[in-house]
Design a protein around this ligand. Structure first.
Ligand SMILES: [Ca+2]
Ligand SMILES: [Ca+2]
Length: 230
């Protein structure tokens, strides 16, 4: 375990030195589309009704072929889950994940020293770490009841990408029948992977939200950014 501690210390030193990373966006952002910082999906949900936990799932990269998927997290990319508690759409706590030597290291939840897209600094609050999975899923659960996973998962995006492109083509003859029926449509991403980062965490560690949604229910307002080391 000496090695693990050294890595954590190494990351801590980076935090002290003020590791600043620049935020990216998902596939519509030219700076990140098709790169290792490309966000494919973000899910946040209660794992079962009445649960006191929240699950966050971040998929980075899409259409990763199984043979290429393993170990493809980018060590220069920090993934940040932003959580707004009070409804002003500014993050109050963040959970961060960054890979090193085959493991994913998680930090937070903690208040970030910088908010928004001006730059992201690693928070000095280790949460736990997990070996990046290959064909067998490895889940690590911390003493605080936080479960962590990082590794390839089948791409959850069901989409006939080629027919979509044909339909939106300005040449009206490219898809004269429009979209395919569900029976005829092909799931272009079937058999491809995304690289998933999953955190299941007790709500008590995130803090008590006062933000409300359109239905008046108290909610966490949450979004994800990827940040590439400059
Ligand atoms: Ca806030
Ligand atoms: Ca942020």
């Amino acid at each position: 375990m000496k090695k693990t501690r050294k890595l954590l210390v190494g990351l801590g030193v980076l935090a002290v030195a003020g590791l600043v990373l620049i935020a990216a966006d998902h596939i519509d952002a030219p700076s990140s589309a098709g790169t290792s910082a490309d966000i494919a999906d973000f899910f946040a949900f209660e794992p079962s009704e009445g649960s006191d936990n929240t699950v966050f799932v971040v998929d980075v990269q899409s259409n990763v072929l199984p043979d290429l998927a393993y170990g493809t997290f980018d060590e220069d990319v920090l993934t940040e889950i932003n959580v707004d508690l009070d409804g002003d759409l500014v993050e109050d706590v963040v959970i961060q994940a960054i890979p090193r030597n085959g493991r994913m290291y998680f930090f937070g939840p903690a208040a970030p020293s910088q908010t928004g897209l001006t730059g992201t600094v690693l928070v000095d609050a280790p949460l736990g770490d997990v070996e990046i999975s290959g064909t067998t899923a490895i889940v690590e659960t911390t003493s605080e009841g936080v479960s962590l996973f990082a590794g390839p998962r089948q791409d959850p995006f069901f989409f006939d990408f080629f027919q979509f492109n044909a339909v939106i083509n300005p040449d009206v003859n490219s898809a004269p029948r429009g979209f395919s029926t569900p029976e005829e449509a092909e799931d272009t991403f079937d058999g491809a992977n995304t690289m998933s980062i999953v955190v299941e965490i007790p709500n008590s560690l995130l803090g008590s939200p006062t933000a409300t949604n359109a239905l008046g229910l108290t909610v966490y307002k949450t979004w994800v950014t990827t940040n590439r080391k400059q």
